[in-house]
Design a protein around this ligand. Structure first.
Ligand SMILES: CC(C)(COP(=O)(O)OP(=O)(O)OC[C@H]1O[C@@H](n2cnc3c(N)ncnc32)[C@H](O)[C@@H]1OP(=O)(O)O)[C@@H](O)C(=O)NCCC(=O)NCCS
Length: 201
């Protein structure tokens, strides 16, 4: 097929290659057509409540952010999360690894399911499993850690269930709603991930 449809088919085919899959989710590279959804999600107070974001975001800013991705280390580029829903792939959020330390073999993980309609359906847990499998079994990392607000019980439940343990508390690290709040550091080591994996069968 030629023309625009052929080009779209080509992009769809490329997206099908080299993706990180687990259960009902796949992690893929961010595409320009994802940007309006990011802008919508990152202007949603309920979503940003749990993220380190507190200013309104414009599409132009998001487009500049996208242009900057090419300068980032490939393994640290954010990934789009697609969920399998009613026989279709739906873009529901993003996740990624940051600050990969090449000697200590650790990295910080971040995740956001921006489309609230997909919260509490297990997709966040599956996206975490996909990203951790990639971190440990492809990138050969030894430790993955994250920062989570103590006021975010949904996320803490997911991280505990996956095998993260609380490594520390940054007291009064955040200022939100007129108050200082605590941030937890949680982490998981490769042997802990392997043990959990054996239990999963
Ligand atoms: C946190 C997040 C990644 C979790 O993804 P998700 O798909 O909603 O999570 P899951 O469905 O896999 O699991 C959520 C669990 O928390 C539970 N939960 C929901 N609200 C809760 C609450 N207030 N207290 C305790 N548990 C809660 C759900 O019941 C579910 O547990 P279950 O599977 O045993 O029923 C996602 O909600 C999100 O991105 N939120 C906004 C941004 C954010 O918080 N990012 C993380 C920053 S550290």
């Amino acid at each position: 097929m030629s023309g625009q449809n052929g080009w779209i088919d080509q992009v769809e085919k490329m997206k099908g290659e080299g993706m990180i899959c687990y259960g009902r989710v796949r992690l893929r590279a961010v595409e320009p057509e994802d940007l309006p959804r990011f802008v919508q999600w990152f202007n949603d107070p309920e979503v940003v409540e749990n993220l380190n974001m507190y200013l309104p975001m414009s599409l132009v800013e998001e487009e500049r952010w996208y242009e900057g991705l090419a300068q980032m280390k490939p393994a640290e580029r954010p990934l789009a999360i697609d969920a399998r829903f009613e026989k279709q792939w739906v873009h529901i959020g993003s996740c990624g690894l940051m600050d990969i330390n090449p000697t200590a073999l650790n990295a910080e993980l971040g995740i956001s399911i921006g489309d609230k309609r997909y919260w509490d359906k297990g997709y966040g847990s599956e996206a975490m499993q996909a990203l951790l499998q990639h971190a440990f079994e492809t990138l050969n990392l030894h430790r993955v850690y994250l920062r989570v607000y103590k006021s975010n019980p949904r996320a803490i439940k997911v991280y505990n269930r996956i095998g993260f343990c609380e490594e520390g508390c940054l007291r009064e690290d955040r200022f939100s709603h007129g108050q200082y709040q605590d941030t937890l550091i949680m982490g998981i080591l490769r042997p802990e991930w392997d043990a959990k994996k054996e239990n999963r069968g």
